[in-house]
Structures are given as C-alpha cells and as structure tokens.
Design a protein around this ligand. Structure first.
Ligand SMILES: CC(=O)SCCNC(=O)CCNC(=O)[C@H](O)C(C)(C)COP(=O)(O)OP(=O)(O)OC[C@H]1O[C@@H](n2cnc3c(N)ncnc32)[C@H](O)[C@@H]1OP(=O)(O)O
Length: 213
C-alpha cells in the first residue's frame, strides 16, 4: 500500500478517512493542519504537522497527498494547497467510496473525491479536485469543472455543465441542459431551471440570481 498524507483535518477529512479505511488502497500516515492541533486526532488519525511540512514528508518518500478541506463557495485555500503540493511533486489519487456507482466511461481527474452512494452515469467528466459528495446523482453527459463541490443529495440531470470553482448546495436539483458558470454559488435546496452565469450567487425554487459572488 502507498502512503498518503491528508491536508486539512475538518469534517470533510472524516469522510475521506472513512472511505480510505474501507478501501485498503492507501496507508494514511497522518494529517497536516494548524500548529495548535498537532498531536490531536481526527477519526483516529493523528495530525502530524502543518502545510509547511509537505516538502519534508515528500523528501522522506511520501508520494501521495489529498486535499481534505471542504468548501462552500470559496475554493481558494483548497486550490492554493493543491498547487503548492503539486509543485513539490505530490501525486493526487482519485478517491471513490466503495458504495458509489460509477459508469465505466466516466472521466475522473486527479484529486476528485466521490462520496458514499454517489451515482455517476455515462459520459460524465469530473475536473481535478472536485468533491462529489454523499448521495449525489450526476446524470449522463454532465461535465463538472475543477475544484467544484457538488454537495450532498444534489441531482444534476442530463447534459448539465458546471464551471470551475462552483458550489452546488446540498439537495439542489438542476434540470437537463443547464449551464452553470465558473465561481458561482448555488444555495441549498435550489431548483435550477435557467442557466447561471459566472460569479453569481443564486438560490431558491425556481433558482434566481441574488448577488455577485
Ligand atoms: C457535508 C456538508 O456539510 S457539505 C456543506 C453543504 N452546504 C451547503 O451546500 C450550503 C449552501 N449554502 C447556502 O445555501 C447558504 O444559505 C447561502 C450560501 C446561499 C447563504 O447565502 P447568504 O447570502 O449568506 O444568505 P443569508 O444567510 O444572509 O440569507 C439571506 C436571505 O436568503 C435566504 N436564503 C439563504 N439561503 C437560501 C437557500 N439556500 N434557499 C432559499 N433562500 C435562502 C435567507 O432565508 C435570507 O432570506 P431573508 O432575507 O428573507 O431573511
């Protein structure tokens, strides 16, 4: 088994640990977080250092890392940590919970997390470092950009396009052929029936743009 380092010890980290521990693919050597948290544990896994320790663990032979910080609408921290770790040379696996159902011709890019019970139908593409959270349904021919978070229980109907860095709130429903832009935030429980442009905050049923984001 390859060693892996987790970056960020919050709630999302617990989900990733649970999935990894049920998979027997990686040996989690520890978590990096804030200095004051060193020595404490997340789901039994110790916080062993801070982000600045990434080069030293790489020199010690750890090749794999995973960003375990969640996000609701602001991915800049997740993204900067990913880019920093990539510069050092870390590799980012795709982590898929064993309960997820994924079509064989789905394209998953590095660093994605596919949570419990998610269903990804045929011809789906998920960009790097995106989170497809618990119980989400991504229907045929959908494309999800980089660093997105499709929050638990959402349903994306056929041929939906989601731009980079966009958050789809918990339990949202998006009808077929909708385009949602980059850096947008869709509130929880939204029913999206019209395209949403880049950099918009939108929510409700029907989902309406309420602000820039
Ligand atoms: C495993 C996990 O936990 S992953 C985490 C997943 N979490 C999510 O997806 C949460 C997504 N976040 C939301 O839906 C939030 O409510 C946000 C981001 C839309 C809030 O946006 P804000 O602009 O900060 O809204 P704020 O809380 O100030 O509320 C403003 C108004 O919008 C309403 N509102 C807020 N969110 C929603 C929503 N999702 N749907 C409908 N109305 C909403 C509020 O009721 C309020 O109405 P009022 O002015 O009549 O009182």
């Amino acid at each position: 088994m390859n060693d892996i380092l987790l970056i960020g010890g919050g709630g999302h980290c617990k989900s990733v640990i649970d999935t990894l521990e049920n998979a027997d693919e990686f040996n989690i050597i520890g978590i990096l977080d804030q200095p004051e948290k060193i020595g404490s544990k997340v789901n039994g896994i110790e916080i062993i250092g801070i982000d600045e320790d990434l080069p030293s663990y790489f020199e010690q032979g750890v090749q794999y890392a995973f960003i375990t910080i969640g996000s609701v609408g602001n991915v800049s921290f997740r993204k900067s940590l990913y880019e920093y770790a990539k510069t050092i040379g870390y590799r980012f696996p795709t982590i898929i919970d064993k309960s997820a159902i994924i079509s064989s011709n789905t394209e998953l890019h590095e660093g994605c997390f596919i949570g419990k019970g998610a269903i990804l139908n045929t011809n789906v593409s998920i960009g790097i470092n995106s989170i497809i959270n618990t119980g989400t349904i991504i229907e045929h021919d959908c494309t999800i950009g980089e660093f997105c978070h499709i929050a638990p229980g959402s349903t994306l109907s056929g041929s939906v396009q989601v731009g980079h860095h966009t958050h789809i709130g918990t339990n949202s429903t998006i009808i077929q052929n909708i385009n949602i832009g980059h850096n947008s935030l869709i509130g929880a429980g939204s029913v999206v029936i019209n395209n949403i442009e880049n950099h918009k905050k939108a929510y409700g049923n029907p989902c309406k743009v309420v602000d820039s984001h």
